[in-house]
Each structure stands twice: as C-alpha cells, then as structure tokens.
Design a protein around this ligand. Structure first.
Ligand SMILES: *[C@@H]1O[C@H](CO)[C@@H](O)[C@H](O)[C@H]1NC(C)=O
Length: 504
C-alpha cells in the first residue's frame, strides 16, 4: 500500500524530526537533566592547563591504517592536561571558575569517534552521536583556573607544615621566606617547597578529561597531576598538532582497521597500544623533568588556544623522587606494566594506583617492587570472568597483589566500573539506571579520592591512615562465604572490603 511510502515521505520525516528536536530542547531546558561537577575536595584551588609538546619522534610499531596508509604508532607529540594547586583564595561553591568545557572540542570529533567505535561510518548517523554528546555534555564545564600560577613554595610549606614532627620549625622558616621575594624563597626552601606528582592513564574509550573530578581533587590536596591524552587508538578521537600549524585527526582503531605483516590480532594490538602508552608515560615524566629544570620557558604549547604562562613557574618545584602512576581499566593494566622494573632511570616511579585493572586488556604484570594500591568497584569485584586461563579475575588480582612486598587490594561496595569517572556526577540517574549502583556517586568519588590521597601520603611519609590502615576484612571477596565478607567504613561513610594488605 502507499501508506508505508507516505509515512516516510521527506515532509513527514522533517516534521517529526523537528518535533523531536524541539521536544528534546524543552526537556533539556526544563529538567535538571545534567548536574554540574562539584567543587574539588581538597584545601587548594586548582589550576588547569592543556599542554601539547613535541617529543623525540619514534615508531613504536610499524602497523599502518588501512584507510590512509599512515603509520598508527608513531609518537610525535605528547598531549596532557595538568591539574595543580594554585595560590588563590577559595571561590564560593556556587561561583566556581570555569576552566573549559568538559567535552573536548570540536564535539564532532568525539561524536564521530564514538560512532566509528560502533562501526558507523555514515556521516548523518555519526551526526546523531555528536548531537547526543552535545545534548548530554555541552552544559558541563570543568571547574578550575586556566594557566594560573602554581602555589608558591612558602605557602605550600605553611599548609603542609602540620604533617611532620618538625612542623613548627618549617613554619618559622617558611614565614621568614614569605617575607623575602618569591623566587628567592623557592630556592632557599629547597626540597621543602616541592610538590609530589601523579601521572594518570585513562581507560579504553575514555579520554583524559573524563576523570576531571578525581584528578582535580587530588591536585587540590597538593599534587601536580598530569592526565595523558593517549594517541594509541584507544580513545574516541584526538588531534595531533604539529609545530608548523598542521594537524592530524586520529580515530579509535580496531584490529580490522589495521594493515600489518603478519596481520595483527587483538593481543598484538593491545601489546602495541600498551607499549605506546608506556612511551607517553615516559615522555610525561620527561616533561616533569624539563619543567623542574626550568625549561618551561622553551616549551611551546601546540594545543590551539591554550596558554603557557604558568610553565616557567614549575622550576625547582617538582619532587621528582615522588612520581606515582595511576590508571583506570585499560589504563590500570598499563600502569601495572609501567611499574615493571620501576623505579628505574626512565621510570622513576615510587608507587602505583590501579582502579579496576582491565579484564580484557591483556595479562597483568606481576613484577612490581614499589607499593601498589588496587581499588576495584563493587561491580568489578562481584561479576567474575575467567582471566586469560589463569582463573577468576578477582583471584588473579589478589595473587598479584599478595605477591608484592607492599600491596593493597580493596573494593568500594555499591559502585560500578565508571564510578571513578565524571559520568555519574554529570548524569547520575542515567548511570544509576545503566549500572545499578547503590552508592551516591559523589560519596563514591569522595571515597576514591580520600583513599588515593591517603595512599599518596603514605608514599611520602610512610604513615598509614584511613582505609589503608585497616586489616584484611574480606580475604576471598565474592569467591568465599558471604559471612566472611567484612567491611570497613571510609571517611565519607561508604563500605570498603579489604582483601589484601602488606604483610608488615
Ligand atoms: C620528595 O619525595 C621523597 C620520596 O617520596 C620524600 O622522601 C621526600 O620527603 C619528598 N620531599 C618533600 C619536600 O616532600
């Protein structure tokens, strides 16, 4: 019948199409569809800076992209987002400074990237993905002060003075130094004014800015955090900017997109990606070194419209013996891998934080000599899968951590795999619906942040506080008897299960 034809006539399509959009707008503007990101949890205001710099070019793997014949794993530039404490009076909660939109720009790059991940190459359909992203994410901004000067050395000492036995002496020294000029003070306070550093590596399909609340909060507790924007083909899409003004778009890649001899299997692709990520971690540490050596002046920021005024202020301000690597999911697998043979000259890392180490990102590295904190979400611990013929994932992780000199393995109950990202803060009800979490997302993040900071502080001074001070409460987790699953309360009141703690 003609009925079917009439139903899909262009006019009808347009009519319903525009009605849908108008309706969407109405719903969007009338309901609190998305929530703003909360202020960071620590005492300092937070500076934010996107940095992209040239690095020594190298080819990590010869594989090429079928579509264009371009090399896939050639490292050309390093892109990171820096989160760091700044000297500024606290801003009122309802008037947070806006560092930048939460969604990377242009949104179409990311929308197209996610569409390609779902094997959709038809541009109008890709536009639907962009629209959805824009619809859900365009109102959200990352709080922070763009390119603000790093917290001054005396101020840092003053604020940290009460956490050591010689606190009073430091306060005296710092207040004398405050009286002198800033630059002189930084020099004379020496090591005291330096800040510990964290390098963060994101998960599969994630982006460096997907974790802004977790990372910004760690920075607000006095850490310089660099979130790497990986160009290994694991994210939805990214743009490499060259010094001559040219740029190259880089999408998500899957095995079938690759041309190589012999053909790459999934395990080969993961190996290449993890090696690429490790090179990017090394370059991030190298950038910390350059900034600390006072080369900030010579660093050209290739990120379009991103300033670079604050970079010289990092001179002599980083504690290069206190660099910790952290990661989520694929990034956690990568962080564990980067800890192989650490600390070394190229990887001077003092410890690691692994959030939900990947279940399908390749086997986990067991050779780790520095302290490690593994935090799993309730969902990750509860749902068991076989792990590369080595047994249940939970058991494999437990054995890896047990085999270390200083390892913690804990689970935050009531959470799901994305609970440490910004997503549950921005669209709480969607995330609750999809992942079935029972813990309030803000509480979950607060717990992840608190325990991470407690662990980072332990790395600096050897003191155990909070959840990492607890004994084992649930040795076998979901694999043992339900009544043997004890819990311990975190600072924000949520329940943690403690599976492994250091022997000593
Ligand atoms: C720098 O890091 C090392 C290693 O964690 C630590 O022992 C030292 O106290 C740190 N310095 C400062 C000023 O925090």
């Amino acid at each position: 019948m003609v009925f079917g034809l009439r139903r899909f006539s262009p006019r009808r399509f347009l009519f319903f199409g525009s009605a849908f959009f108008v309706f969407g707008f109405l719903v969007y503007s009338l309901t609190p569809f998305t929530e703003p990101l909360p202020p960071y949890t620590g005492p300092h205001e937070v500076g934010i800076l996107d940095v992209e710099t040239e690095v020594k070019r190298r080819v990590i793997n010869e594989a090429k992209l079928k579509e264009t014949g371009e090399r896939l794993f050639e490292l050309e530039t390093l892109a990171i987002t820096l989160y760091y404490p700044v000297s500024m009076p606290p801003t009122p909660r309802n008037n947070q400074p806006h560092a930048r939109p939460w969604l990377p720009q242009p949104i179409s790059l990311i929308g197209t990237g996610y569409a390609r991940m779902c094997h959709i190459y038809f541009p109008p359909l890709q536009a639907v993905f962009t629209f959805l992203l824009w619809f859900l994410g365009s109102k959200t901004v990352i709080p922070g002060h763009v390119d603000a000067p790093l917290i001054s050395a005396p101020e840092k000492v003053l604020l940290n003075a009460n956490d050591g036995p010689d606190g009073m002496a430091k306060i005296m020294l710092a207040s004398q130094e405050v009286a002198k000029g800033e630059n002189e003070a930084a020099g004379e306070l020496g090591d005291l004014g330096t800040l510990p550093c964290v390098v963060f590596t994101h998960g599969m399909a994630g982006m460096s800015q997907s974790y802004s609340h977790y990372l910004g909060s760690i920075a607000s507790h006095g850490y310089v955090v660099a979130a790497v924007e990986h160009r290994d083909g694991s994210g939805p899409g990214t743009i490499v900017h060259y010094a001559d003004g040219k740029e190259r778009k880089f999408w998500h890649i899957q095995v079938q997109d690759i041309e190589s001899e012999p053909p790459m299997k999934l395990a080969d692709l993961q190996k290449a990606q993890l090696a690429y990520r490790e090179a990017e971690l090394e370059e991030t540490i190298n950038l910390f070194r350059r900034l600390n050596a006072g080369e900030g002046m010579d660093i050209r920021n290739l990120k379009p419209e991103s300033p670079e005024e604050s970079l010289p202020g990092f001179k002599n301000r980083l504690n290069l013996s206190a660099i910790t690597v952290a990661g989520h999911s694929y990034g956690a697998t990568g962080a564990l891998q980067a800890l192989k043979n650490a600390p070394s000259k190229s990887m001077p890392i003092n410890g690691g934080i692994a959030l939900d180490p990947g279940k399908g990102s390749g086997p986990l590295n067991k050779e780790i000599d520095v302290p490690l904190l593994v935090m799993q979400s309730g969902q990750w611990t509860e749902k068991q899968t076989q792990f590369y013929g080595q047994g249940w994932h939970f058991d494999v992780v437990r054995k890896v951590v047990e085999g270390m000199k200083e390892g913690w393995f804990i689970t935050l109950t009531g959470t799901a795999h994305p609970s440490c990202t910004d997503a549950p803060l921005i669209v709480p009800w969607i995330m609750k619906l999809v992942t079935g979490t029972t813990l309030n997302p803000r509480v979950a993040l607060k717990e992840y942040i608190d325990v991470s900071v407690e662990f980072l502080e332990f790395l600096r001074n050897g003191d155990k506080k909070g959840v990492i001070k607890s004994d084992v409460t649930s040795p076998t987790g979901p694999l043992g008897d339900a009544e043997k699953r004890g819990k311990v309360k975190g600072k924000a009141g949520a329940d943690w299960e403690v599976h492994v703690v250091p022997q000593t």
